[in-house]
Design a protein around this ligand. Structure first.
Ligand code: ZN
Length: 190
């Protein structure tokens, strides 16, 4: 399981990840652990991840994830093969909106001044709604221009680029990208 300290919608998008063995799906392989980790970070507790209905929940979350990846691909003009999956942009927008509408949330003030998000939705729908709402914030807020597809060889992840820093999702990808460029230069003399 790969958690990179990115905003939650990006953590969801990055449940699709790749290594030398190919492409993996953390929502298929480690659904319960992923939901528990993200639920805790989101402040959504008591998630019945491991209980019955987990496979249906996993399917819903995978659908939301695929819709978000479609939107991120559009926003970042993602040139990677994996970004072109043939799903319609309108489907992705509708899917995110549906998840957001299923768990209406509001903001409350706690004192000392702290912003908390409340919802009447329970458990899993609350998590989906929160992820969808944060994705909408991400695509419409200040961070929208910092959303990036990692273009290191073989990487399928997204990340938010800190201002003036970092072209890659991780130092590992940075090293691989530099090695690939080095190889290119020395293989094809000008
Ligand atoms: Zn990467």
């Amino acid at each position: 399981m790969l958690l990179m300290g990115e905003p939650l919608p990006i953590e969801l998008m990055n449940t699709v990840w790749a290594d030398r063995d190919g492409i993996h799906d953390a929502l298929t392989d480690e659904f319960g652990a992923w939901v528990a980790a993200i639920g805790a970070r989101a402040g959504v507790l008591e998630l019945p991840a491991a209980a019955s209905g987990a496979s249906r929940s996993a399917k819903r979350l995978r659908t939301l994830r695929d819709a978000m990846r479609r939107l991120a691909a559009e926003q970042t003009s993602d040139p990677r093969d994996i970004a072109v999956d043939g799903t319609a942009l309108s489907w992705a927008v509708a899917t995110v909106n549906e998840a957001a509408a299923a768990a209406p949330a509001w903001t409350e003030l706690e004192w000392p001044a702290r912003r908390v998000t409340r919802t009447r939705a329970v458990s899993f729908a609350a998590l989906e709604g929160l992820l969808a709402a944060q994705m909408i914030d991400l695509l419409t807020g200040e961070q929208r221009d910092d959303l990036r597809a990692c273009l290191a060889p073989g990487c399928v992840l997204y990340f938010v680029k800190p201002r003036n820093r970092r072209e890659w999702c991780s130092t590992g990808c940075g090293n691989r990208a530099r090695a690939a460029r080095h190889y290119q230069r020395h293989r094809s003399p000008a």
